[in-house]
Write a protein that binds this ligand. Structure first.
Ligand code: ZN
Length: 496
């Protein structure tokens, strides 16, 4: 068995608030879903992958329950998906506390096909985008949406009225007070799928898929390591004399510092006006010039006692980047040192990689009981080591405990020498089948054989009796491969 380094590094504090996305539609007869997160460089990271027979509610329930089990029962805080009713229902059932968001890009992409029949469809599209993206309160969204429907005679359009009913699940103003690590669209998953496509063709067998999945992880890891190295060895110069910018320069990865710098540049388009102030609490109106004739206005509040700044645009809340409007107010208030609450460890270049090693998906052919025990031990000991390494005294206690435990285990092993009780155990295929197989449900007219031409040929060469056996074993093995990768990976992430 080999070990490959984990290809992703999710910030320790906010992995659970990092929204995984799932994107469907990767390969022919099997439905491929990928769980994608964001690392401290803002890069997409592949957290897990699934292959399902169909996209029914029950299948998604099975998938999400597997995910939850891998996460030790901890549901993610946010979950971004395509506009899919089955996934919505399954998520509501399996993760009722998780904030579910539909990909806005997929919805907006449908505008031409849904509204093409109207005379002024180009104007309609432009106005709808304006209402969706530039409504800075729920009330103003409601007003703007109604005006939009009335102006274009769209009050009877069913697609739009259904979308309005579900506005809480896709319109930014309803969702951006939650942290999404900059994710608003499942395009990250789509790009991950196109990334898969570089490695895998339609003729690839399932076993090849698993191996290439591992290569895909390795490639992502390489990209992250290169970014880590660049952050460590180089410094991006500050664009201003602001000590706040220098705070971010010191803390953030290059990618995130560039985002902060973009906000500093954007500050030059902002005009800050104090509306009222009492007992250290001030309300500002920041006008931002977005074109020669258009100014957007944002309400920004500043509490000098709590050193707290809050802007209506919710950029900090949703992306963890302090916005240009808030920065303008901080300048106005002559704040020279930013409260640490605005410098997120999530984007820190000093983020610790707790999970430095992970098994490759094809390292281990079956999810053996020994592997399960190993995984459970690693999972526990990681927490203990984190705790112990805080001080020399704690570390010494742990070393003594290790010595005692080793002596006890060696004594037991010596006592049982010659017996098989501590030896390698055979895998139990049935138990994994029970864990990984989705409920048997009706498919939607897809071909019966879903395993691809190469595998079909292999199977066809066998006897009829063997054919059934080979097929079932390959399927079981495959799901075990995926399960190993998936469970191992997520077990580690659940610990962050
Ligand atoms: Zn703002």
């Amino acid at each position: 068995m080999q070990e490959a380094e984990l290809p992703l590094s999710i910030s320790e504090m906010s992995f659970h608030s990092t929204p995984p996305t799932i994107q469907i539609g990767f390969r022919y007869n099997l439905v491929c879903g990928s769980f994608v997160g964001v690392n401290h460089h803002g890069q997409s990271t592949l957290l897990g992958c699934s292959l399902m027979k169909n996209e029914e509610i029950e299948s998604f329930k099975w998938l999400f329950q597997c995910w939850l089990r891998c996460m030790g029962g901890n549901a993610p805080k946010g979950f971004l998906t395509d506009q899919c009713a089955s996934m919505k229902r399954a998520l509501e059932a399996c993760m009722p506390t998780t904030v579910h968001r539909w990909c806005i890009w997929h919805i907006m992409k449908k505008i031409p096909s849904k509204l093409n029949g109207y005379k002024r469809h180009a104007d309609i599209e432009q106005e709808m985008r304006q209402v969706v993206w530039n409504s800075h309160s729920k009330d103003s969204f409601d007003r703007n949406w109604n005006d939009f429907l009335l102006n274009f005679g769209l009050a009877d359009n069913k697609w739009l009225s259904d979308l309005y009913e579900d506005c809480h699940i896709w319109v930014p103003i309803y969702l951006d007070h939650h942290f999404w690590a900059g994710m608003r669209s499942t395009q990250r998953s789509e790009s991950m799928h196109s990334f898969f496509n570089k490695y895998i063709t339609r003729n690839s067998s399932l076993i090849q898929f698993v191996k290439q999945y591992d290569n895909c992880l390795g490639s992502r890891e390489q990209a992250e390591r290169e970014s880590d190295a660049a952050d460590f060895h180089t410094v991006i110069p500050c664009a201003t004399k602001s000590s706040i910018e220098a705070q971010f320069q010191d803390a953030y990865t290059h990618a995130k510092f560039r985002e902060v710098q973009a906000q500093f540049r954007g500050k030059t388009n902002c005009i800050t006006r104090l509306k009222n102030s009492a007992l250290g609490y001030s309300v500002y109106e920041v006008g931002e010039q977005v074109s020669s004739s258009i100014f957007n206005k944002f309400v920004v509040t500043y509490d000098s006692v709590a050193a707290e700044v809050k802007c209506q645009c919710l950029l900090f809340e949703s992306r963890g980047i302090l916005c240009r409007h808030a920065l303008s107010v901080l300048s106005f208030e002559q704040v020279s040192q930013l409260s640490p609450r605005y410098i997120l460890e999530r984007w820190s270049k000093k983020v610790k990689r707790r999970h430095t090693h992970i098994k490759s998906s094809h390292d281990e052919p079956l999810m053996e009981p020994r592997s399960k025990r190993f995984d459970q031990l690693v999972f526990r000991s990681q927490n203990i080591c984190e705790f112990a390494s805080e001080s020399k005294e704690l570390t010494a206690i742990l070393h003594r405990a290790y010595d005692n435990v080793m002596a006890e285990m060696e004594a037991l092993k010596a006592k049982r020498k010659g017996t098989s009780s501590l030896s390698h155990e055979d895998a139990n295929l049935e138990s994994v089948n029970e864990l990984q197989s989705p409920p048997r449900i009706r498919t939607r007219g897809r071909p019966k054989n879903r395993l691809g031409s190469k595998l079909e040929k292999q199977i066809a060469n066998a006897t009829k009796k063997k054919k059934t056996k080979v097929l079932s074993e390959v399927k079981v093995m495959f799901f075990k491969f995926v399960a190993i990768e998936f469970i191992f990976l997520v077990n580690r992430l659940a610990n962050v």
